[in-house]
Design a protein around this ligand. Structure first.
Ligand SMILES: NC(=O)c1ccc[n+]([C@@H]2O[C@H](COP(=O)([O-])OP(=O)(O)OC[C@H]3O[C@@H](n4cnc5c(N)ncnc54)[C@H](OP(=O)(O)O)[C@@H]3O)[C@@H](O)[C@H]2O)c1
Length: 326
């Protein structure tokens, strides 16, 4: 029975994943790692976690020591923090026993944007396909989640640990747990809109974003847990990189639905989004995302049974944001 350490357990992905993992594998010892003790009761009484450990991602020695005690580490906490991934990898390498440790890492589709700046759909931009190992070999530290992904791919190829990366598109749906989280995707979209005072899209807004519902993502991560435990690990680390998405939505359609919802919730006086040039679409890295296309294809994940079943994101936004105040 493999022991599992789940990092980022209070997040949108982490909370659902920990509960379902323990439901499916009640006999597997599950340790959950998070920083807010308010969540303890939920993990004890609802998830039935075997062990609760408090700490931050920045406490590398603690993370490494915990990783060294477990057979499988699932990082559902941060895809853009290579120091956290390094701490996990180092810990897994120090495990005692003859079996290799396994890292299952949740990454994000932000790696695969086409860097257009005009908000237009492109028929010529690259579509990144998980079944094409040469595509995955190009993952590098200049990409949004690339620094951690590259570190993990290199560790997997070096061979002392087994690695699996599930790269999911921007994720919608509602979170469960003691402190339900909006999830990083919605935090980016709503936080950026609040920072500019309206819901922006760039230019004509025909550029597309790939998205996935949380339930579809969790089902697939659980599938990877099963594969990691039951199948012999062969091939390159790139052959264990899976891209999952449910649909592509245009930035204009997404902004229109989001603006309506945020208006109904009293956040903005206008129910309409606003078309702006890239430089007025927000701050930092976010406008880059809004102006570009995220074109991915998950042939490898589909071959393993991935199938999206959720309603489209624009039909979900109102319900997803219902219980949150902004
Ligand atoms: N949601 C998406 O759209 C999406 C799409 C693709 C990939 N991903 C990736 O999937 C993973 C999970 O995303 P999510 O949406 O579930 O994120 P989330 O809801 O924001 O949860 C993040 C988790 O990390 C914890 N955390 C953040 N900073 C921490 C720190 N310094 N020390 C300790 N804990 C810390 C949070 O703890 P607190 O509860 O204490 O804040 C929470 O448990 C991330 O790697 C993300 O990049 C997400």
């Amino acid at each position: 029975m493999p022991s599992v350490l789940l990092v980022g357990a209070t997040g949108m992905v982490g909370a659902s994943l920990s509960r379902q993992l323990k439901e499916i594998y009640p006999a597997w010892p599950l340790t959950v790692y998070f920083r807010n003790p308010v969540a303890d009761d939920w993990f004890r009484n609802v998830v039935h976690a075997d062990r609760i450990e408090h700490g931050t991602f920045e406490e590398a020695p603690k993370v490494s020591a915990l990783a060294a005690e477990h057979d499988i580490v699932i990082n559902a906490g941060s895809s853009f923090d290579p120091t956290l991934s390094k701490a996990i990898i180092e810990g897994l390498k120090q495990r005692k026993g003859s079996k290799k440790g396994t890292l299952i890492h949740v990454s994000g589709g932000g790696n695969f944007i086409d860097h257009r700046t005009d908000g237009k759909f492109s028929t010529t931009s690259k579509v990144w396909n998980d079944a094409n190992e040469d595509d995955i070999k190009q993952v590098n530290s200049s990409m949004l989640n690339g620094a951690a992904d590259r570190l993990i791919l290199d560790a997997g190829n070096e061979g002392s640990i087994n690695t699996f990366i599930v790269c999911q598109a921007l994720t919608y749906g509602t979170a469960e747990g003691p402190l339900p989280s909006l999830g990083i995707g919605y935090k980016i979209l709503t936080g950026n809109a609040q920072s500019v005072g309206f819901v922006p899209y760039v230019g004509e807004g025909s550029a597309v974003l790939s998205v996935i519902h949380i339930n579809d993502a969790i089902n697939f991560i659980l599938k990877i847990v099963d594969v990691a435990v039951t199948q012999e690990v062969t091939g390159s680390a790139e052959s264990r990189y899976y891209i999952i998405y449910g649909e592509r939505v245009s930035w204009k359609d997404l902004a229109t639905a989001l603006a309506k919802t945020l208006h109904k919730k009293g956040v903005f006086s206008s129910p309409e989004p606003r078309s702006v040039p890239l430089e007025q679409a927000g701050q930092g890295e976010i406008p880059k995302l809004l102006g570009s296309n995220m074109l991915v294809q998950g042939d490898r994940a589909e071959a393993l049974g991935f199938k999206a079943t959720a309603k489209p994101m624009v039909e979900h936004i109102t319900e997803d944001l219902e219980s949150y105040t902004f």
